[in-house]
Design a binder for this molecule. Structure first.
Ligand code: OOG
Ligand code: NI
Length: 471
C-alpha cells in the first residue's frame, strides 16, 4: 500500500519533472533555488526554524484554473486522494489592480505532520461565468456550453481518486496508474486551439481565454520555496532571466519574516497549434505559463494580519504620494521602491522580535516548557508574555502555509497580455467561502482556525506540564 502522503510527494515530484521538461526557465529557477538554499543552510544555524531543510527542498506550490463547479469538484476529488483539502477563500475579481474573473481556494494538507511530510499545495481558481461585469448573458451561455462539453479529468482517474481517498492510499499498480493520469490531466495539451473563440475571450480577459478558450487545463506555474528570496532575485537576473519588478508581500527588514514573499518571471512564448476560422491548422504561440518563487515566514493571527494589511495600505498611500511629487517635478530624482517605503513603516509599526510577536498575540507559535529553566522555587506567571519573558516557555513559529490575495492578483496580472475589460457599472455575482464550499462540494477550511488549533493545543499541553512540575 502506498499511503496518501507518498502519493502526494510522488505527484509533486512528477509534476515538477513534467513542468521542467515543458518550461526550461523553471529548471534554471530550481537550480538557483537549490544553490541559495544550500548556502543559507551552511551559513545560518537557524535555517530550519521554519521547516526542515528537507521539507523546504521538496516544497512546491502549483496553480491551476478550472471553468465550472463540476470541474472544481473533480479537481477536489483528485487532490483529496493526495490528502489535500480546500483551505481559504480568495476573491480576485475586486482587486483594485486587476480584473480577473475568478474565485479561488488552495488545496493543501492541514495536519502539521502531513505538512512536514510534504506540504504540496495547489492554488486553484474557478472562472465566474455568471459575473456580468465580464460576461453578458449570451457569452455566459456559450462559455458554459463549451465548458460542459469538455472532460478535464477522465472517469478512470476520478474512480481511482475516490478509492485512494477512501482507503488512504493505493496499492502500487493502481497508484502508478493514478499518478500517470493525474499528471497528464495537468499537462499542456497538443490539441489545436480555436483561434476565434480564444480571441473573443481574450478580449475580455486573458485568464478567461486561458481557462475557457481551450479544451483542457494545465498547471500554469510551479513555485519552489527559497530561503533567501532577495539573493535569488538578483541571481536570476544574472542568469539573464527577467523577473517582475518587485518582490511581493512584506519588505526585507530587520525583524521576523512573516507571511509570504513572492516574485516571478514572465510567461514565455510557447508554440501552440491553432484551428483558424477557415478550418486550417496553423502554428503560433501563446504566453500562459511562467515561473514563481517564494519565501515563507510566520503565520499571523487575525490581529497580526490586520496590522499587516494596514501597513500595506499605508505603503500604497506613501508610494502614490511619492509618485505624485515626482510627476509634479517632471520625473527628476530617483524612483522610490515599495520596499524602501515599507521598511521604515515596519520598523515603526511591527514587532521587531519573534518574542514580541508571540507575546502580543500577532503571530502563531507552538509552545513547549523550556528545558533549561532552573528549579528555583518560582511559580510560573499566569500570562503568556510573562511565561515567555521569564523563560518558562519556548515558542516555535508556525509556518504560513497559505497565500496572499494581493500577491495572487499581482501574479495573475503581471503575466497577462493586455488589461482586458471589466464593466464596473454592472454588479458581480456575490461569492464567499460558503458559496465556494457549495461549488467544491466539501467544506472550505478557515486557515486562521487551523493555525489557532495547533497553537492552542500546544499551549494547553505546555501549561499542563508546567502545572504538574509546579505541584
Ligand atoms: C494563480 C495565482 C496565485 C500565488 O502564488 O499567489 C498564485 C494563477 O495564476 O492561476 O499562485
Ligand atoms: Ni503561485
Amino acid at each position: 500500500m502506498i499511503p496518501t502522503w507518498r502519493l502526494r510527494a510522488a505527484f509533486a515530484r512528477r509534476l515538477s519533472g513534467m513542468y521542467g521538461a515543458e518550461v526550461p526557465a523553471y529548471t534554471t529557477l530550481l537550480e538557483v533555488t537549490g544553490e541559495v538554499n544550500d548556502e543559507v543552510a551552511r551559513r545560518d544555524p537557524d535555517a530550519g526554524r521554519l521547516g526542515g531543510i528537507e521539507r523546504v527542498a521538496a516544497e512546491r506550490h502549483g496553480a491551476v484554473r478550472v471553468g465550472t463547479p463540476r470541474e472544481l469538484r473533480q479537481a477536489a476529488q483528485v487532490f483529496a486522494a493526495l490528502g489535500m483539502r480546500p483551505v481559504g477563500f480568495y476573491d480576485l475579481r475586486d482587486a483594485a489592480t486587476s480584473a480577473v474573473p475568478v474565485v479561488s481556494t488552495a488545496f493543501r494538507p492541514v495536519e502539521p505532520e502531513e505538512l512536514d511530510r510534504n506540504p504540496f499545495r495547489v492554488f486553484t481558481s474557478m472562472l465566474t461565468t455568471a459575473d456580468r461585469r465580464f460576461f453578458d448573458a449570451g457569452l455566459q451561455d456559450r462559455l458554459e456550453t463549451f465548458l460542459d462539453r469538455r472532460t478535464l479529468f477522465p472517469p478512470e482517474l476520478l474512480t481511482l481518486a475516490e478509492r485512494a481517498e477512501r482507503e488512504h492510499g493505493l496499492a502500487p499498480e493502481p497508484a502508478e496508474r493514478f499518478l500517470t493520469l493525474a499528471v497528464a490531466a495537468f499537462e499542456l495539451s497538443p490539441e489545436p486551439v480555436d483561434r476565434a473563440w480564444y480571441r473573443e475571450l481574450a478580449r475580455i480577459s486573458a485568464v478567461a481565454a486561458d481557462i475557457g478558450g481551450v479544451t483542457s487545463t494545465h498547471v500554469n506555474h510551479l513555485t519552489p520555496r527559497v530561503l533567501d528570496i532577495d539573493v535569488l532575485y538578483r541571481r536570476m537576473a544574472d542568469r539573464g532571466i527577467t523577473m517582475i519588478d518587485e518582490i511581493q508581500g512584506p519588505p526585507r527588514w530587520d525583524g521576523p519574516d512573516v507571511l509570504l514573499r513572492q516574485t516571478s518571471f514572465r510567461a514565455l512564448d510557447e508554440p501552440r497549434t491553432f484551428r483558424e476560422p477557415d478550418g486550417s491548422v496553423t502554428t503560433g504561440a501563446l504566453r500562459v505559463r511562467f515561473g514563481e518563487v517564494e519565501a515563507r515566514g510566520i503565520a499571523l493571527s487575525r490581529t497580526g494580519r490586520a496590522r499587516y494589511d494596514a501597513l500595506v495600505t499605508e505603503t500604497d498611500r506613501l508610494l502614490a504620494a511619492a509618485a505624485d511629487r515626482r510627476s509634479a517635478r517632471e520625473g527628476d530624482g530617483g524612483v522610490t521602491t515599495r520596499q524602501d517605503v515599507a521598511r521604515p513603516l515596519w520598523e515603526a509599526g511591527f514587532p521587531r522580535s519573534e518574542q514580541r510577536l508571540a507575546a502580543e498575540g500577532l503571530g502563531y507559535f507552538t509552545y513547549a516548557p523550556a528545558a533549561a529553566r532552573p528549579r528555583d522555587g518560582q511559580h510560573p506567571p499566569a500570562d503568556l508574555a510573562g511565561l515567555l519573558e521569564h523563560g518558562w516557555l519556548t515558542a516555535r513559529p508556525i509556518v504560513y502555509e497559505d497565500f496572499l490575495p494581493r500577491s495572487a492578483a499581482g501574479i495573475f496580472t503581471s503575466n497577462l497580455t493586455g488589461q482586458g475589460t471589466r464593466d464596473s457599472a454592472r454588479t458581480g455575482t456575490p461569492y464567499d467561502e460558503h458559496r465556494l464550499a457549495e461549488a467544491v462540494g466539501r467544506p472550505v477550511h478557515d486557515p486562521f482556525q487551523i493555525y489557532a488549533a495547533q497553537q492552542d493545543a500546544s499551549l494547553r499541553r505546555a501549561l499542563e506540564a508546567l502545572g504538574a512540575d509546579d505541584a
